[in-house]
Design a protein around this ligand. Structure first.
Ligand SMILES: Cc1cc2nc3c(=O)[nH]c(=O)nc-3n(C[C@H](O)[C@H](O)[C@H](O)COP(=O)(O)OP(=O)(O)OC[C@H]3O[C@@H](n4cnc5c(N)ncnc54)[C@H](O)[C@@H]3O)c2cc1C
Length: 499
């Protein structure tokens, strides 16, 4: 309650960024059609909003299941257990308003999300530090950080570059990108001149979570994300995790809901190209062709670049999109547990490869049951910006060795099974990329884009950016058909020092 009053007083409440016209009908006229290409968060969010409003929706997904980078699939362990593995640990932050609105369609109470009890940043050099317990409301969180964090003491503030530090508090979509999109995050952090520990623990761990290396990452994007997750976000740094795997908690119910709403969902259907068609667009996936008035391309940047038939100048704009450094995910099933006091999720600072550790057997019900039965542990390790060309097994070996240096008991564990993966489908945000980054609207009639890399006029990232762009794209289809768009809410648009 007090938190809420403070949020109002300090102007850090969530704000509507799209208020639909009340004089428009909810449902579209019969015959309105759309094809959505890509069944990750962006595509499914778009498809769901459209199907709810009576649009004839065809959703085409290349993989065998929905979910994209949040997907899950079965793996048979050596003991015969069929375990659900996932694309990787995901934190559901509380300012993910649009994504949560989508998820409320399958559970209004979001009962499948549970709060993560803190998440420390650990390293070989410094004691663990947990930022999740900071107060939720800015600038109290910043004041508490400076008052309590051993990484950033009051006397350190004297050495920090004030102009660069003020930039963090002055996020403004236009000015920040104009001034900083041409600068690398590395140069910006060098300029900030933080003490080494603060840089490592606060910024490097945070920056890595966006799958981009400091030297290849736009400083404007870093500042926007700092605003989105810390300084402009009224909900604090706390996050939730799913009670069980992402397939059971999210994708099975969302897929079933889409089908109930009459959408046609085809997995295992990689789309090759688009072309003008009798209704507006024809989408081709091998021998399959789907016709519709509207097409939403909800692909990762690499897949969108491979798609045939994009008209000019959109094709040239899409050709400028990049993917980030490869990321690696490795899940281990071990014969014994790690020490009981180990946190369920830890960020890792200053290891060559390892960026985070999740104890799945203490997070998700399925893994917990397996561990309860066998006495083992299910551990997942991530590298968010791995060396180029690294193989999945090599990344897993390196991360496991680095974990052993942080948690010595790991060296004594026997690995019963492991699943290793390297992905190259996370979007790159290199310096200068904002100028040519496409937005939801392409300028081509009936053709829209959605995904966590699509340009937005406010700060948003990762899962929330994927869902928001999906809902905005769906809103444009609804508006074009004469119906009411879907409301969208975002965090405070500008930094604390900008009125
Ligand atoms: C290891 C890991 C950890 C992460 N942790 C977090 C976290 O903690 N918090 C957070 O907010 N975000 C996190 N993310 C990021 C988050 O997963 C993404 O931001 C989000 O899932 C992107 O959704 P999307 O729909 O934009 O893209 P995607 O999920 O990439 O969806 C694109 C879809 O298009 C499909 N596709 C590709 N080509 C074709 C084709 N030709 N035809 C049809 N379909 C095609 C793909 O199979 C995919 O399903 C993490 C990501 C990873 C990989």
């Amino acid at each position: 309650m007090l938190d809420d009053a403070l949020r109002g007083l300090l102007g850090v409440r969530p704000r509507p960024v799209l208020t639909p016209r009340a004089d428009r009908p909810r449902r579209v006229p019969p015959g309105t059609s759309a094809v959505v290409v890509g069944g990750g968060i962006a595509g499914v969010s778009a498809a769901l909003v459209l199907a709810e409003r009576g649009v004839r929706v065809t959703l085409l997904e290349a993989a065998g299941q929905l979910g994209g980078r949040l997907g899950a699939w079965p793996r048979t362990l050596p003991d015969g257990t069929v375990a659900q593995v996932e694309h990787g640990f995901h934190g559901f932050f509380r300012q993910y308003y649009t994504w949560r609105q989508i998820l409320r369609r399958i559970d209004p109470e979001l009962g499948f999300l549970r709060p993560l009890p803190g998440y420390p940043v650990i390293s070989r050099q410094w004691p663990a530090e947990d930022f999740a317990s900071l107060p939720g409301v800015p600038p109290l969180n910043l004041m508490a950080l400076v008052a309590t964090s051993p990484s950033l003491r009051l006397r350190d503030l004297r050495t920090i570059d004030r102009v660069a530090a003020t930039t963090l508090l002055e996020f403004d979509r236009e000015a920040t990108y104009r001034d900083l999109d041409g600068v690398t995050a590395k140069d910006f952090l060098d300029r900030l001149a933080m003490p080494d520990r603060a840089r490592a623990v606060l910024f490097e761990v945070f920056g890595h979570s966006f799958f981009n290396r400091e030297e290849d990452y736009s400083a404007a994007e870093l500042v926007a994300n700092f605003h989105f997750y810390f300084l402009g976000n009224p909900e604090g740094l706390g996050m939730d995790v799913t009670a069980d795997d992402h397939g059971s908690c999210i994708w099975s119910p969302l897929g079933a809901l889409l089908t109930r709403l009459g959408a046609s969902v085809s997995t295992g259907t990689p789309v090759d190209s688009i072309e003008p068609g009798p209704e507006g667009w024809r989408v081709r996936a091998g021998a399959v062709a789907a016709d519709a008035r509207h097409v939403i391309l909800a692909l990762d940047p690499a897949a969108l670049r491979r798609l045939g038939g994009l008209p000019s100048p959109l094709a040239e704009q899409v050709a400028t999109l990049t993917v980030s450094a490869p990321y690696a995910v490795a899940r281990f099933w071990t014969d014994r547990p790690v020490r009981a006091e180990r946190p369920v999720f830890s960020g890792v600072s200053r290891e060559a490869t390892l960026d985070s550790i999740s104890l799945y057997s203490r997070l998700e019900d399925g893994a917990r049951r397996w561990a309860g039965r066998t006495g083992g542990e299910v551990i997942e390790l991530h590298a968010y910006a791995a060396p180029d060309g690294i193989g999945a097994d090599e990344a897993a070996d390196r991360m496991w060795a680095e974990l052993g240096a942080l948690w010595p008991e790991v060296r004594g564990l026997r690995v019963l099974d492991r699943e290793t993966r390297v992905g190259s489908d996370a979007p790159g945000f290199p310096p200068g990329s904002d100028a040519t980054r496409p937005g939801v609207r392409t300028g081509v009639p009936g053709l829209l884009l959605a995904g966590d890399w699509v340009r937005l006029p406010w700060a948003s990232a990762l899962m929330e950016r994927a869902a928001t762009t999906g809902v905005l794209a769906a809103g444009d289809v609804l508006t074009a058909a004469g119906a009411r768009a879907e409301p969208v809410t975002a965090i405070r648009p500008r930094g604390l020092l900008v009125r």
